[in-house]
Ligand binder design. Sequence first.
Ligand code: URA
Ligand code: CA
Length: 441
Amino acid sequence: MDMLGIIEKKKKKQELSPEEIDFFAKGAADGSIPDYQLSALLMAIRLNGMSRQETVALTLSMAHSGDMMDLSSIPGVPADKHSTGGVGDTTTLVLVPLVAACGVPVAKMSGRGLGHTGGTLDKLESIPGFTIGLSEDAFLKQVREIGCAVIGQTKNLAPADKSLYALRDVTATVDSLPLIASSIVSKKLASGAQAIVLDVKTGAGALMQTTEESIELAQAMVRIGCDAGRKMVALVTDMGQPLGSHVGNALEVKEAIDVLSGRVTGPLLDVSLMLGARMLLLGGVVATVEDGQQKLTEALHNGNGLEKLRQMIVAQGGDPACCDDPSKLPQAKIIVEVVAPTDGYIEAMDTIRMGNAAQAMGAGRKQKTDVIDYSVGFVLHKRIGDSVSKGEPLFTLHANRANTVESTAKELLESIHLSPTPTAPGKLLHAFVDSEHIERF
Ligand code: URA
Ligand code: CA
């Protein structure tokens, strides 16, 4: 087969065959096709799109370009969830232990923070001693024994996606629906779960900013997953403001523990229950979403969810003392209140700017080699629709470098838009998508 012919074909808006797609995916994985030809093809795909059949073929080829994790030694239906990325989006830490406590195993590979969004691995590593680098055998054994594990992606997971994503990043070809959908789903297929719930974020802080674009991405991914023989559904949830009130690694672990202890309710718990209930349904332990919500709520109230988190922390080498006393997590030295400059009602938030402000304090990386400061970040005290009075705290900043405090406070204040007249609270759930339906809320 010949790469030049494949590029020609896509340039002329013709459909590529599964064999042609497999040829360039393999060539991306093993380095046999030069970057300039792959880049040209990616731009042709970005401009001319891909059919449903082409997108499925690309997903399968990328998934099979490396190791396919075999979860068949785990009893039950292993479930997974994937978020397209957000700010204060700590649902994994809340729902993995709750879902496992309800009898559906979760063998999860998570990612690191990217740009303004946080990453589950960085959050977990803020727990003293916690390791995300288990061998495959240790990973599977842990899920068989306690029902859950969260680790980093194994090295040889979807290597074709790794190469193509790195090229997309530097050739302005990230924003292509078939390329995003195939990239995400290829890694989920390779990770082995049979039941997968996607959390597609929408709004100012998300990959897709409008509800309709987010629904379109959700539908594309769900179709691919189902065509590939997995159970897959998606929720389109709101990222017009941070989901939890805590942003920053140790702060987000603290919030997850507060939620699992029953001390804190709110949007983070609500979205975790929505996603978790779908995992229980696909995992076959409940008959309806309502039963799933109820089962998870019981595991929250009887402490089984928090106990599951404790078991997972112990199994992965971490100090479980933070489950009883979150102040055992890394603490910042400087705590400062940032107050409202005027009276008003919160109309909108610039979630990306907030995420970037936390990153600039040290909660995230600008470069791959940057070292994270787990203790820094902020707590947001208000949500869209809330009224505020002049002088009332909007944020509590947790900082270690005194010279970052003023600029971060300014960034955070400018990321909140106040209106003089009352505003409506945003909704949390925008749509539910399965292979046949779209339900809008
Ligand atoms: N996340 C991914 O894994 N791939 C994309 O293409 C975009 C977001
Ligand atoms: Ca994530």
